[in-house]
Design a protein around this ligand. Structure first.
Ligand SMILES: O=C(O)C(=O)C[C@]1(C(=O)O)C=C[C@@H](O)C=C1
Length: 289
């Protein structure tokens, strides 16, 4: 890798022109940002020390969690969340300029599965006979379309991708619901949060909690640990542990600093109840402008 005097080397889900790149540039406008092809490759790059940070999507307002991100954080890597970026998402249908006049006859639509799902109603009502193909990101779809001018195919991606790959936007804002936002995590090997007083939102802590096996009321007990301390949960979700049907771990986002006395007490109590608890750290939320 090129050696240069950059403050941070930041991996992001590429190629150039993804929503993830836009979120990355929001927090790291002057750093060395490096596109990786998949979310696991971004996570591996920061876990192995190849880069200082990695930016990956974690949750979309319409489609929910990005399971790859959560599963790699639980099963494969030992990382912390240094910040969260909240980005508005606008999806557009784009084609090679040669096909702009007759895009209605397109043979296939390409995009990331989350982007396809965010435009499900649009595709269902207008192009239900057109097959869909998944790509590793929205910009990967735009790049593919630009590299295959011989085919009348379309991508769903953002304006930056249309510019980057010189495509024509033929239908704008095709996401099904107006409030379309995605959360991105900035991951780090060290537990060091990004602090920018001027524009940071409230502090959050993310915990991964595994309940003791087969104890009735265990989830209720876990929730009451936070409830009586008046620690607000902003999200709770379960993911399969991958050890058998019915085995889950929980991801909990809490509006409190992990070093606050009540939070430290809550984690101690959870462990005393037989839960295993892993904190991914406390971090601030930044809004993409
Ligand atoms: O960053 C991108 O462009 C992606 O393709 C990823 C991703 C996601 O995983 O949610 C990011 C934002 C949008 O919600 C759609 C897709």
């Amino acid at each position: 890798m090129e050696s240069k005097e950059w403050e941070n080397r930041v991996a992001y889900l590429g190629p150039e022109g993804t929503f993830t790149e836009l979120a990355t540039k929001e927090l790291f406008p002057n750093d060395w940002t490096i596109p990786f092809k998949t979310i696991p490759e971004c996570i591996e790059a920061v876990d192995s020390g190849q880069v200082d940070r990695a930016v990956v999507p974690v949750e979309n307002a319409l489609e929910g969690t990005v399971p790859l991100t959560i599963d790699y954080l639980f099963h494969e890597a030992d990382l912390y969340i240094a910040a969260e970026v909240l980005s508005p998402i606008e999806q557009h249908l784009m084609v090679h300029k040669d096909h702009a006049a007759h895009y209605g006859e397109m043979e296939r639509v390409y995009s990331h599965p989350h982007a396809l799902a965010q435009c499900h109603k649009f595709l269902h009502y207008h192009y239900r006979s057109v097959p869909l193909s998944q790509t590793t990101s929205t910009a990967a779809a735009a790049q593919y379309v630009s590299e295959h001018p011989e085919n009348n195919i379309a991508a769903i991606a953002n304006i930056a991708a249309a510019k980057q790959y010189d495509l024509a936007i033929v239908e704008q804002n095709i996401h099904d619901f107006h409030f379309n936002h995605t959360r991105f995590f900035v991951l780090s090997k060290r537990n060091d949060r990004i602090e920018r007083e001027a524009d940071q939102g409230p502090i959050k802590t993310t915990l991964m909690i595994k309940l003791p096996n087969d104890r009735s009321g265990a989830l209720h007990q876990v929730l009451s640990v936070f409830a009586w301390r008046q620690i607000n949960l902003s999200k709770i979700e379960s993911r399969p542990l991958k050890t058998g049907l019915g085995d889950y771990f929980f991801i909990v986002d809490l509006l409190e600093d992990e070093h606050a006395p009540l939070m430290m007490g809550a984690m101690e109590e959870l462990r005393a109840l037989g839960c295993s608890v892993k904190s991914l750290g406390s971090y601030y939320t930044y809004q993409q402008k």
